[in-house]
Design a protein around this ligand. Structure first.
Ligand SMILES: *[C@@H]1O[C@H](CO)[C@@H](O)[C@H](O)[C@H]1NC(C)=O
Ligand SMILES: *[C@@H]1O[C@H](CO)[C@@H](O)[C@H](O)[C@H]1NC(C)=O
Ligand SMILES: *[C@@H]1O[C@H](CO)[C@@H](O)[C@H](O)[C@H]1NC(C)=O
Ligand SMILES: *[C@@H]1O[C@H](CO)[C@@H](O)[C@H](O)[C@H]1NC(C)=O
Ligand SMILES: *[C@@H]1O[C@H](CO)[C@@H](O)[C@H](O)[C@H]1NC(C)=O
Ligand SMILES: [Zn+2]
Length: 671
């Protein structure tokens, strides 16, 4: 309830507006007022981390916020910044308010920009197609940085309907790292990976005797475990774009956005940017960096390292940004990745998927890259040259299909050259990661390296509710981590290397028993098939670790199940799914990513399953991300920093601190 008297008219006007903050439809998520400061309130920076500032003044033309008809947005808004000292008493010194231009040493004000956008205020407005229209006046201050730790208050003063209004944001510059403690960082991301999935994967691949595991996951051997909160800046459920940016830049963003604070303008590439870990690392230490992914390399998790776009679907642009940096604004250029391995040939083959239709194999080759299209070529690529490896169109076929169901892999039409036919001789995450370490170690030399290695299809297969394939990807990640630790030890660089394993978000997955597939198949009434599920004392033990039946080709241990298709399979599910049929256990083909066409038609293998009615809006054709915190495993220098529960942005600050990133003066040269 709202019990307040209005001392100033502006406060009354604000109080009379509907509670826009936190609505599921938002005018601009970070801007509950009509004056918007981007970066908004409560943002943290590394000392010297570069970023853009944008101010927007919104003048609603109609809808519930339009107190003034046909309002013109105030183009004479004034913004100031004041350093108010550090957190805690006596830390840092304050300053008096200065204009943004003066504070950042700019001789001229940036040009005034104007545009109009519209948004729906709620589901009724959407159904009636009655958007609310907003006119905007804006200025953007590009590529600034704050060097001195402490708090800064930004005030934006403007008028709306003849009344003075103020929006305030407090920014915090974190303390300066005093020492570089890790030479190298390897950051493994299990996309969508949760503790529940790790628990299920362990059960699939490792044997218990009387409740005690006889072997464990590589993850189980990590000395430090923490938890990170994954929320976006303006929604509590996140996606892989802004969550990756939070992990890599210490700045939260909006769903769909990479390396920017989403503004309301129509151009997805003019949003205010923030500098990422590899941009800082290249600029400050000149280290080598690389990205490895089992997704298309233009996907959000790899491209968030260098991408600055409001739309993660601008795939061609994002690949160009990785190679050439941001084109239309002055911005740090990393010089391109030293390693770039994954799928997504569509953005490299000249044509509609590539930036400006250009041949990106050639664009990379022109800048000195070796180019590999298969595992054999990858393994023999020179370690002292930059390396591009694109092994198929789209996402790499998953571990389970590559090892257990190759017929499916051979039926695909995904050759990386664009020629008809399947991609052959595809490397796995382990091959790509180990090769990446060779190249990055050779190229980084004394300057060290940063590698991000992503098991992307944990998430992708969870979206399709194909749990066996998802958990196979998780086991492949674990296998890659195990091999990485061994390799670093052999190379005598394990002690110099911080290894972090985490996720960007989760899916609401868990296992609740086992299912007797033989009994289920024998039931004619679909509903009775559910009685094949054994819970509690009937859940039994993992059958996946038993030798495969004679005459089958299964048999893939260690660290993987010996039998992927036992009679008693895991009974598992997710909280968020469309209408579907379920018959537990693995099929020879991946489940379709989406449920289309009505019950029994979506999943080839699920026609005999029992009906599970959906929990999602009916336009959602696959599973969605969930709220859960996700684990952070750490080993190596600074490992102790990663214990406890913290925000996803803190993962960036912990890694950056360990790498001695950030600087207290503007001492960098730039071209
Ligand atoms: C606002 O005005 C536009 C036309 O300018 C109209 O299409 C829209 O329905 C109006 N919205 C509301 C909420 O009245
Ligand atoms: C750093 O200094 C250079 C040269 O004085 C200037 O051009 C640049 O804008 C400054 N960068 C930041 C982030 O303040
Ligand atoms: C910025 O560059 C991107 C491509 O990198 C392009 O799509 C976009 O239109 C450009 N925006 C402006 C404002 O020039
Ligand atoms: C692997 O790629 C090389 C060129 O990079 C090519 O010569 C070779 O035939 C390819 N092998 C297969 C199995 O496609
Ligand atoms: C369950 O889903 C089916 C298929 O979409 C639908 O026909 C049926 O009405 C649903 N049942 C309930 C109780 O919602
Ligand atoms: Zn996802």
């Amino acid at each position: 309830m709202l019990l307040q008297t209005c001392a100033v008219a502006a406060a009354c006007l604000a109080a009379s507006l509907p509670g826009v903050a936190g609505q599921t439809f938002q005018r601009l998520g970070t801007c509950p007022d009509l004056g918007c400061i981007l970066p908004p309130d409560q943002q943290d920076f590394l000392p010297g981390q570069e970023f853009d500032i944008r101010f927007e003044i919104h003048a609603p033309q109609n809808g519930s916020e339009a107190a003034v008809p046909n309002a013109v947005p105030d183009a004479n808004f004034k913004a100031t910044i004041t350093k108010v000292g550090g957190k805690g008493k006596g830390k840092g010194k304050g300053t008096s308010p200065e204009s943004i231009a003066a504070f950042f040493g700019r001789k001229t004000e940036p040009a005034l920009e104007t545009w109009t956008f519209s948004w729906y205020e709620d589901l009724f407005a959407r159904d009636a197609r009655k958007p609310s229209v907003v006119r905007v006046a804006s200025r953007a201050y590009r590529r600034v940085a704050l060097y001195e730790p402490g708090d800064y208050v930004v005030n934006l003063e403007y008028t709306y309907g003849g009344q003075k209004k103020t929006t305030t944001a407090t920014w915090t510059v974190r303390p300066l790292a005093t020492k570089k403690k890790a030479k190298n960082v390897i950051f493994f991301i299990g996309d969508g990976m949760t503790t529940n999935m790790i628990t299920a994967a362990r059960l699939l691949a490792h044997k218990t005797v009387n409740g005690r595991y006889q072997s464990l996951l590589a993850l189980d051997g990590f000395p430090v475990l923490g938890h990170q909160m994954t929320h976006s800046i303006d929604t509590f459920i996140t996606d892989s774009a802004n969550s990756a940016s939070a992990l890599y830049s210490g700045h939260k963003g909006s769903v769909d956005a990479l390396g920017v604070y989403a503004d309301s303008s129509p151009d997805p590439h003019d949003d205010p940017k923030v500098e990422t870990i590899v941009e800082l690392l290249s600029r400050i230490w000149g280290s080598a960096w690389g990205a490895v992914s089992t997704a298309h390399i233009s996907d959000a998790t790899p491209t968030a390292l260098t991408g600055h776009s409001r739309r993660r679907s601008t795939l061609g642009v994002l690949v160009d940004q990785a190679l050439n940096g941001v084109r239309n604004y002055s911005w740090t250029k990393t010089g391109g990745p030293d390693v770039y391995f994954g799928g997504g040939a569509e953005q490299f083959i000249p044509g509609p998927g590539s930036f400006q239709g250009k041949d990106y194999y050639q664009e990379f080759a022109n800048q000195g890259y070796s180019v590999s299209w298969n595992r054999t070529a990858l393994l023999s690529a020179p370690n002292n040259k930059k390396a591009l490896g694109i092994f198929c169109k789209g996402t790499l076929p998953v571990w389970l299909d590559r090892h257990i169901f190759p017929d499916h892999v051979n039926s695909l039409n995904n050759h990386p050259s664009g020629a008809n036919g399947p991609a052959k001789d595809i490397p796995g995450l382990k091959d790509m990661t180990l090769k990446a370490i060779d190249v990055l170690h050779a190229r980084g030399g004394s300057k060290g390296f940063f590698l991000m290695s992503e098991a992307a299809s944990i998430d992708k297969q969870m979206h399709a509710m194909d749990y066996d394939r998802a958990l196979g990807e998780l086991l492949e990640l674990d296998d890659a981590i195990r091999a990485t630790i061994q390799k670093l030890e052999q190379m005598r660089i394990l002690d110099d290397t911080l290894i972090v394993v985490s996720a960007d978000h989760g899916h609401g997955f868990d296992v609740f028993g086992s299912s007797d597939t033989k009994y289920a198949a024998a039931q004619t009434d679909p509903r009775s098939k559910r009685n094949a599920i054994g819970v509690y004392e009937r859940s039994g033990l993992s059958q996946y670790v038993l030798p495969p039946p004679a005459g089958t080709s299964y048999g893939t241990g260690p660290n993987f199940p010996l039998n992927w298709d036992p009679r008693y399979v895991l009974a598992a599910g997710v909280v968020a799914h469309p209408d579907m049929r379920e018959s537990h256990g693995v099929g020879p083909r991946p489940r379709a990513a989406a449920y289309i066409g009505g019950p029994g038609q979506a999943y080839a293998r699920e026609t005999e399953g029992f009906l599970v009615n959906g929990t999602l809006p009916t336009d959602q054709l696959q599973g969605v991300h969930s709220l859960t915190d996700v684990p952070v495993y750490a080993m190596g220098p600074c490992q102790a920093d990663f214990g406890g529960t913290y925000n996803n942005i803190d993962v960036f600050f912990k890694i950056a601190g360990c790498l001695g990133l950030g600087h207290g003066t503007n001492r960098t040269s730039r071209g």
